[in-house]
Design a protein. Sequence first.
Length: 74
Amino acid sequence: MSNSGYNGWSNRETWLINLWFSPVSVADVDCAQEQFEDAIDNCPDFLHYFINGDRIDWDELRSNMEEEEEEEKG
């Protein structure tokens, strides 16, 4: 994870997912993504104007978890 962007993450949205879901594995990131997308699909339409889920970098979150899993193994 680089030290640029928002608290070490590429943007605030990605940081917030890491903060609120606290994933510790790639499977946790996948679960968080599914929960987030389900919540967005089920929220009132007007809230979509306030939520920018397209900015969440799920690949960055997964990559970070893969790096941590590798460090634990090795």
